[in-house]
Design a protein around this ligand. Structure first.
Ligand code: FAD
Length: 324
């Protein structure tokens, strides 16, 4: 049965995040031939970003531009998105399972008196119901949840549901809605980004992660080079962050970021359960560790027993020769 589904888009520093396009693809599945309406909040002219959502499959986009929406606050965004949802009366709402998505969607769901499926890694339409797959027990198992009636409200994990190909011949209206935003109690004075430069960890296709075995911040240099050669980014275990080798913004795991890249290279990481919680669903895992008994080898697709300071430079050399 076809449905109208709203996709809440997310931009960072003026650019839409990839997960917005993945959310549109998920919304297409849920809508089953119905209408997919994008919502985009921010300040200034949002036309271009709105059109980008159309090129990735949204049938039309509603933008809400307001000075109070320049920087995300849940109070402002809840008011703006809720106003659009009231107009649209959708049967489905989808957003990325990002820091913002994790905060905004439960608040909206409670306003709408609706349930919420969070962190979905797969969405399938089975006629009368939409079936979501989501990890439980820190990624050790998956559960399937079927929604048969009511609002289908979900967040989707970045890097799991492929976005549709960009097609700039697609047509769709981008309209602006005026919303009165009031009672903002949060004052954002400054936004300081701490994460690594370049590719965002949660959306990275390739991650080279270092653990305590990297031994120093200097020891991260070869990992950074390997990541650069592969067009990826660097991550870390909490062991490495606690030791002060890198910033906590790089931490992957139960209390860090959850990532699902195409390739995860773990260097000098033992594979503690709390680390695996954040990366074990990566598509291909390569582990480099000098201890053949290290737990990380139990989840690795390819294991290299050896000293990372010998193995990583060799990998860089080989990859450069292959011109990857
Ligand atoms: P270690 O366990 O010390 O492992 C270092 C590894 O490096 C060893 O396997 C060693 O053989 C190898 N090594 C050493 N030298 C070399 C070399 N030259 N070449 C190759 N290999 C080498 N951890 C996380 O990562 N993320 C989390 O989100 C997280 N959350 C936690 C939450 C809680 C509540 C708790 C209690 C713990 C959490 N931890 C988390 C910590 C976790 O339990 C581990 O302590 C941590 O993951 C260990 O980091 P590590 O693998 O880098 O270090």
């Amino acid at each position: 049965m076809s449905k109208k589904v709203v996709v809440i888009g997310e931009a960072r520093e003026g650019s839409l995040r990839n997960v917005t396009f993945e959310a549109i693809a998920a919304a297409k599945i849920i809508s089953d031939g119905g209408e997919v309406v994008g919502v985009l909040c921010g300040a200034g002219d949002l036309q271009e970003s709105g059109r980008e959502m159309v090129y990735y499959g949204a049938d039309r986009v509603v933008t809400v531009s307001h000075e109070e929406l320049k920087t995300y606050t849940s109070e402002g965004y809840v008011q703006a998105v809720h106003a659009v949802i009231e107009d649209e009366s959708p049967e489905g709402i989808v957003m990325g399972h990002t820091s913002i998505g994790k905060e905004l969607t439960p608040k909206l769901a409670s306003r709408l008196q609706s349930g919420l499926i969070s962190d979905a890694t797969e969405v399938v339409n089975e006629g009368n119901s939409v079936v979501f797959t989501r990890p439980i027990y820190s990624g050790k198992a998956f559960e399937k949840k079927a929604i048969t009636d009511g609002i289908t409200f979900a967040t989707i994990r970045p890097n799991n549901i492929p976005s549709l190909d960009r097609n700039d011949s697609l047509q769709g209206e981008v309209t602006e809605k005026g919303v009165e935003i009031k009672n903002i109690r949060t004052i954002i004075k400054d936004v300081i980004r701490k994460s690594s430069e370049g590719v965002d960890l949660s959306e990275a296709k390739v991650i080279v992660a270092g653990g305590r075995g990297v031994k120093s911040s200097e020891g991260f240099k070869p990992l950074e080079e390997l990541a650069e050669v592969l067009g990826g980014t660097v991550g870390a275990s909490r062991g490495a962050c606690d030791a002060g080798y890198c910033d906590y913004a790089l931490q992957i795991g139960q209390t860090g970021k959850v990532v699902t890249p195409d390739l995860y290279i773990a260097c000098g990481i033992s594979g503690a359960i709390q680390h695996l919680a954040g990366m074990s669903n990566s598509k291909v895992i390569v582990a480099i560790n000098k201890d053949p008994e290290a737990n990380i080898f139990n989840v690795a697709d390819y294991g290299i027993v050896g000293d990372l300071f010998e193995v990583v430079p060799k990998l860089i050399e080989e990859l450069k020769q292959l011109n990857v």
